[in-house]
Design a protein around this ligand. Structure first.
Ligand SMILES: NC(=O)c1ccc[n+]([C@@H]2O[C@H](COP(=O)([O-])OP(=O)(O)OC[C@H]3O[C@@H](n4cnc5c(N)ncnc54)[C@H](OP(=O)(O)O)[C@@H]3O)[C@@H](O)[C@H]2O)c1
Length: 340
């Protein structure tokens, strides 16, 4: 016997990827419902070798469904997640709405799988921000060995991180640079994204940081360890899929770069590709469609006593969203619901 699974936001970037990953990982599904807004009623989406028609989330009855994987943005989540949860369906949510709620676990299975057990207070489990998810997978094993005191991270985030509209804007603007007849002014982003980089993701906070940067700080503390200090600069780059991060860590105990490389090689969810030669590292286009978080360029930071630098790349629609959500569903199944 398998699960009755709902995918809400099935026409979006993350929703489509969740369907792909449920099929790829042969998640034990007995019945599946795909939902989106009324605008998309009847739109066809793929699930393995099947084609499914989307239903309207607004009129869907969650009674009798085991779990619902949500990827519909915070506003719609606010309206529909409590309804699904009240009907007894466990919500695994990709939006930021519940991430900082003390009664909702924020889970990256390689790091804090047991936190899933805290789902029952609200019947909701939160998935972290894409840039946090890939970073904490790498931080956790290093923290366990040498206790990380401080992290300095700069991100290079792809446009798929801001949904279908972000991808369309990069595509259309890139074409318009070659064919200036059709001007494509910035709409989704505050400045031109084609052939440019923008040091601004999400809204500005009072202290001058952005909400995306704040999320990396708050979520790392909730998932890994509240004592870790994080400072982040988040940058949108003209890449379609795949986030990259330059990460610097300062640890309590000395950690040699070779030992760090060995630890990361053994760590779940990580692939180390670190050859000190031309092309001996991973770039975003190479990580697309993969489950792993790739680590390259591991090296000592000689400017402090106990410091390391490394490069971290992952498919933001997978580990940063859809894969992590499906992994949470797997843990929920194994530890709690126990079907399949
Ligand atoms: N992209 C990433 O890397 C990433 C990473 C982590 C978390 N997330 C989060 O995942 C969520 C979805 O992101 P995305 O990139 O997949 O966005 P997207 O490509 O723009 O897709 C949005 C999806 O939500 C549906 N939707 C929007 N408003 C709705 C409503 N009122 N009722 C029902 N369905 C509604 C859309 O349906 P229609 O097609 O009918 O409009 C569509 O299926 C967001 O909360 C985002 O913050 C994204």
């Amino acid at each position: 016997m398998g699960y009755k699974v709902v995918v809400a936001g099935a026409t979006g970037n993350v929703g489509r990827e969740m369907l792909n990953i449920l099929a790829e990982r042969e998640f034990p599904v007995d019945e599946i419902a795909v939902l989106a807004s009324r605008r998309s009623l009847g739109t066809e989406v793929s699930f393995g070798d099947k084609t499914l028609k989307t239903q309207d989330l607004a009129t869907f009855d969650f009674t009798g469904w085991d779990m619902a994987l949500f990827a519909i943005g915070s506003d719609a989540t606010k309206e529909y997640a409590p309804k699904a949860a009240a009907a007894g369906c466990v919500v695994i949510d990709n939006s930021s709405l519940y991430r900082y709620d003390p009664d909702v676990p924020l889970v990256v299975p390689e790091v804090n799988a047991d936190a899933v057990l805290g789902y029952s207070k609200k019947n909701i489990i939160a998935n972290p921000n894409c840039s946090t998810a890939q970073m904490v997978v790498a931080l956790k094993p290093l923290h366990d060995r040498a206790k990380i005191k401080r992290v300095v991270v700069s991100t290079y985030q792809s446009v798929s991180g801001s949904g279908k509209e972000g991808m369309d804007e990069l595509w259309d603007q890139t074409k318009s640079v070659y064919n200036p007849v059709t001007e494509v002014p910035p709409k989704k982003y505050p400045k031109q994204i084609a052939f440019n980089v923008i040091p601004h993701i999400d809204v500005f906070m009072e202290d001058g940081s952005t909400k995306e940067e704040w999320k990396m700080v708050a979520e790392t503390k909730k998932i890994v360890d509240p004592s870790i200090k994080v400072t982040a600069t988040c940058v949108r780059v003209p890449v379609f899929v795949g986030h990259a991060e330059a990460i610097n860590i300062e640890t309590e105990d000395f950690l040699d770069e070779d030992e760090a490389r060995d630890i990361l090689r053994e760590a779940p969810g990580i692939m180390v590709v670190d050859k000190r030669e031309d092309g001996g590292y991973v770039t975003p286009v190479e990580c697309v469609g993969d489950f792993a978080t790739f680590i390259s360029r591991i090296r000592q930071d000689a400017t402090i006593e106990n410091g390391l630098n490394f490069w971290c790349v992952s498919d933001n629609l997978r580990k940063g969203a859809a894969l992590n959500a499906v992994q949470i569903a797997e843990v929920l199944g194994q530890k709690v619901l126990k079907k399949g």
